[in-house]
Write a protein that binds this ligand. Structure first.
Ligand code: ZN
Length: 86
């Protein structure tokens, strides 16, 4: 990655990139701030978890699919115990 860093150093680029994601369920717009170099790696095919090892799983989910945190809770948390009825 050294070469890319040198290449980018010639430009006045922002070291951080803000990813904006709109939740497909509720429309809430989330933002996740990531390193620009990591973002570029991801854009070039690096796996999300390899490109952004410091993000929480929830933040990665926001980056990938846009779901906001409350919707992720609703989607991915185990369902409440419901009494089974026959
Ligand atoms: Zn949402």
């Amino acid at each position: 990655m050294g070469r890319m860093k040198e290449m980018l150093a010639e430009y006045d680029f922002d070291p951080m990139t803000v990813i904006e994601a709109k939740c497909p369920l509720c429309g809430h717009e989330s933002t996740v701030e990531v390193e620009t170099l990591a973002y570029l790696r991801w854009q070039n095919g690096t796996y999300l978890q390899d490109a952004f090892p410091t993000l929480s799983p929830a933040e990665r989910e926001t980056v990938k699919l846009g779901f906001c945190l409350p919707c992720q809770d609703a989607l991915f948390s185990p369902p409440e115990d419901e009494p089974e009825e026959d």
